[in-house]
Design a protein around this ligand. Structure first.
Ligand code: FAD
Length: 522
């Protein structure tokens, strides 16, 4: 058996195998060349003290051979002639549901309104360069879903580590770096995700599943409170008595469809605010206690940050923080602007961005109560549309320097930021209802006290960050995971209100697939 050790070392030791082996050998009172192999099992950075350390869990092989166990795919079955399940949406929930179905012998038919990962890139270019939003292919819609062109952070607050590890191992089997199994806060990066997603699609097709792009579902056929199939934008009908609905948090037309058909849905609280961008070296200097000009050195990654405060009875917190990243235009329709963030695997851009959002409550949607279950969605939409108007009716977003925002002063200038379509100087108090503006103003002052240097006019706020989670819940039975009224309909993933992020959406996709198979066997 290898000996497992929990150690804390300087970043330069953690980064250089020979130094690490010497360190471990000394601890074990053996010679470095007696160490046959050293495997890192877990890695995290401890930046709580002035001197940053790296925590490592290592396995040391010193009197036995090491053989690497390859991470392989499950034994998928050929499902060509098996019973079909329709999956609406090829995001992480939909793709992992499809793979799970194949593993268990059912045939997934994945219907995706957007394009495949490659073709989708052209539409992202059109948003960034020409301010044109394709309502079916954008940063939220298309193969891989909203997570494809993201930071690819792969951690979740979910306590079910077993499930998380399974998803991470599947990502590795489809081409992600095995490092994600080791890091405390793993991420993949925008440049790597598309090939991994493509490999998943190819596997689904290889084993007899179907993945159909450019196909928006426009109706769900229900007979006697049981699903019977779907209708697509091309007026085709596809029959099935099991449908996994995994359309994500931005599919407003699906929420409207369910509402129109009187399929029970309910408004759900979410969070909304701005996306803040700082120079990455400023964040490094705050988090690693290093000099802004000399920087973090060669052995530490660009630092993330995470901050939560209670401000006037509401939570205000950082969301989807992207070190060394870029702010992305994430609108899904013309006439609105939305921000979010991504970063490449090396996180080597000069700026750090994060959503900074305020927790919303159902009573905040009161001005929109005539929309019933869609009140939160309409609240969200109104802010996105207002921001679009204020910034000049293109994909430019309203922006303001952080200190100016806390003082209610329109910024005299906005420097170029990573948000490619550009910014317009706007006093952001005009974008939000007063309670959000006041919470954000007070919250940024508090953030500045906890993270000295954070509250600065070198930080630029972009508005709005509004797609943090679904504004609607599609309720399902706790046991069967079917919709509370409609048999055979499995509301799934983030859009249904049962996930938040890539990992939890993937876990939920697998859960729904398992239930489809279980009820099929009954
Ligand atoms: P989605 O990924 O939203 O997928 C839904 C799919 O359904 C879409 O592909 C859509 O085109 C399709 N669809 C919608 N309506 C229809 C219809 N009518 N017919 C057919 N298809 C339809 N999460 C993280 O964990 N880590 C991150 O680093 C991270 N960064 C992000 C960065 C960006 C820029 C964005 C936009 C999101 C990011 N997220 C991140 C969030 C993450 O992407 C989502 O939580 C996750 O993708 C939700 O998965 P899902 O499968 O439930 O839904």
């Amino acid at each position: 058996m290898p000996r497992e050790l929990q150690i804390q070392v300087a970043p330069e030791v953690a980064a250089q195998k020979p130094l690490l082996i010497s360190h471990v050998a000394k601890l074990m009172h053996i010679k470095p060349d007696e160490v046959r192999h050293l495997a890192i099992l877990k890695r995290s950075i401890d930046a709580r003290q002035r001197t940053v350390k790296v925590n490592l869990k290592v396995a040391v092989y010193y009197n036995e051979e090491f053989t690497e166990a390859p991470i392989t795919l499950p034994n998928y079955k050929n499902v060509n002639n098996s019973q079909e399940v329709i999956i609406i949406g090829a995001g992480p929930a939909g793709l992992f549901a499809a793979l799970q179905l194949i593993e268990l012998g059912m045939k997934p038919i994945v219907l995706e309104r957007g394009k495949d990962v490659q073709a989708r890139r052209r539409d992202l270019k059109a948003i960034n360069r020409d301010h044109i939003v394709n309502a079916d292919s954008n940063y939220c819609y298309g193969e891989g879903g909203a997570g494809t062109y993201s930071d690819g952070k792969l951690y979740t607050r979910s306590k079910k580590r077993g499930d998380v590890d399974r998803i991470l191992r599947l990502f590795v089997a489809f081409g992600a770096s095995p490092d994600i199994l080791v890091e405390a806060h793993p991420h993949i990066g925008t440049n790597k995700l598309p090939n991994i997603i493509k490999a998943m699609r190819e596997k689904i097709i290889e084993y007899g599943g179907e993945v159909i792009f450019n196909t928006r579902v426009t109706d769900i056929i229900v007979k006697n409170n049981t699903v019977a199939g779907v209708v697509t934008q091309h007026n085709d009908t596809i029959n099935a008595n099991k449908i996994i609905l995994a359309t994500g948090h931005s599919a407003r037309d699906i929420f409207e469809l369910l509402d129109r058909k009187k399929i029970y849905i309910e408004a759900k609280p979410f969070a909304l605010g701005v996306r803040a961008e700082h120079p990455q070296n400023l964040i490094d200097s705050i988090q690693y206690s290093c000099d802004v000009t000399t920087g973090r050195g060669n052995y530490l990654p660009p630092s993330p940050y995470s901050i939560v405060k209670q401000v006037a009875g509401r939570g205000m917190y950082s969301f989807c923080m992207c070190p060394g990243g870029v702010i992305a235009p994430c609108a899904t329709s013309e006439g609105e602007v939305v921000t979010n963030g991504w970063s490449p695997s090396k996180r080597d851009q000069e700026t750090a961005n994060s959503g900074i959002v305020v927790e919303l409550k159902l009573e905040d949607f009161k001005p929109f109560e005539k929309f019933g279950a869609l009140a939160g969605m309409e609240f969200q939409k109104a802010i996105e549309q207002k921001a679009w108007h204020l910034a000049g009716k293109t994909q430019r977003v309203p922006a303001q320097r952080m200190v100016d925002f806390t003082q209610g002063k329109t910024s005299t200038d906005i420097p170029k930021t990573s948000y490619v379509p550009g910014t317009t100087s706007v006093e952001l108090g005009q974008v939000f209802p007063n309670f959000i503006t006041q919470t954000l103003r007070e919250g940024f002052i508090q953030f500045g006290k906890s993270m000295r240097g954070y509250l600065t006019n070198d930080a630029i706020l972009h508005a709005p960050e509004s797609r943090t989670s679904s504004p609607v819940r599609i309720p399902r039975d706790r046991e069967t995971l079917e919709h509370v009224q409609i048999k055979g309909l499995y509301p799934c993933g983030e859009g249904a209100g049962y996930a938040g992020g890539i990992i939890s959406a993937a876990i939920d996709g697998e859960k729904c697939a398992l239930k489809c198979v279980a009820t099929n066997l009954q």
